[in-house]
Design a protein around this ligand. Structure first.
Ligand code: ATP
Length: 265
């Protein structure tokens, strides 16, 4: 008997309508079914209001679907609250202010993330072995954060804060990493640096990743698969082979992407 590889993320017929039953009703996702295998890096692209963030919110548990089912690593998490699911599905948001606590130092943020993931109080000592681990984790990013362990996070640059948020989100090896336009608020150079840091973390920890982006270049470069959404549904699903040789212009032309915030490079 051949064992079927289990999908790391399995979405079945996920539908969500906001303001249902009112004149403002908006069908944000319609019967989305998708399977993501362990280790895939799925870039989610699509025009404004296509349902990309809603899809990540449904997977992360920030909103509950009206219909359908979310499974992560074989566990049905559909009815599970967001804070419970956070151990399996870590998130990094667009706003560098969200993922980190500005008044805490870099090392305090990290110890908080580690102990939170283990469901323990965070005031346990910042031991020297933890500091050594944090320094090594940060050094991997190539952003000089390893020398700023005792600096308040609020004093870091936007890019450094996003990198710190990434390390915090992934410190305790979640099954899934959800990135919601996590480089969109950064200037192009910093955004590229944070994407490189993302790639390093994702491959070092073998994370299954879903990244919403308006940056077509990043989708092509970092996605091992590209899912394009339109009108709350999946319009196209490109594997590594499908996207091989495609440039940004091909992508835009082929899928008629209309997106005010689209970044071509
Ligand atoms: N909390 C909410 N209340 C009401 N409507 C919402 C809410 N969140 C999203 N919507 C609507 O659902 C639709 C899908 O929104 P969503 O944010 O998922 O799109 P998106 O693809 O991420 O768009 P963008 O790229 O512009 O961020 C949009 O029409 C949006 O206005």
């Amino acid at each position: 008997m051949t064992a079927m590889a289990q999908a790391m993320i399995r979405l079945e017929d996920l539908s969500k309508t906001f303001n249902a039953g009112t004149p403002d009703a908006k069908l944000a996702t319609r019967e989305v079914s998708l399977q993501v295998q362990a280790g895939e890096f799925v870039a989610i692209i699509g025009g404004n209001g296509a349902g990309k963030s809603t899809l990540l919110n449904l997977i992360g548990g920030a909103i509950a679907p009206d219909e359908g089912r979310v499974e992560i690593a074989g566990i049905d998490v559909t009815g599970q609250p967001e804070h419970v699911r956070a151990r399996q599905a870590a998130r990094v948001f667009q706003d560098p202010m969200i993922g980190t606590a500005p008044m805490l130092t870099v090392e305090e943020n990290l110890v908080l993330a580690e102990l939170r993931a283990r469901g323990r109080g965070w005031r346990a000592a910042l031991t020297s072995s933890r500091r050594t681990r944090f320094r090594a984790e940060l050094a991997e990013l190539g952003l000089g954060l390893e020398d700023r362990l005792t600096a308040r996070a609020g004093l870091l640059s936007g890019g450094q804060r996003q990198a710190l948020a990434l390390v915090m989100a992934t410190l305790e090896a979640p099954d899934v990493l959800l990135l919601d336009e996590h480089t969109a608020a950064l200037d192009p150079r910093t955004s590229a640096t944070v994407m490189q840091a993302t790639q390093r973390l994702v491959s070092a920890r073998r994370l299954t990743t879903m990244m919403v982006t308006h940056n077509m270049e990043h989708a092509l470069q970092y996605g091992t698969r590209i899912v394009m959404m339109a009108d709350g549904g999946v319009r196209a699903d490109l594997s590594s082979e499908d996207k091989a040789g495609l440039g940004v212009a091909d992508l835009v032309k082929r899928f008629h992407i209309s997106d005010d915030r689209m970044m071509l490079s």
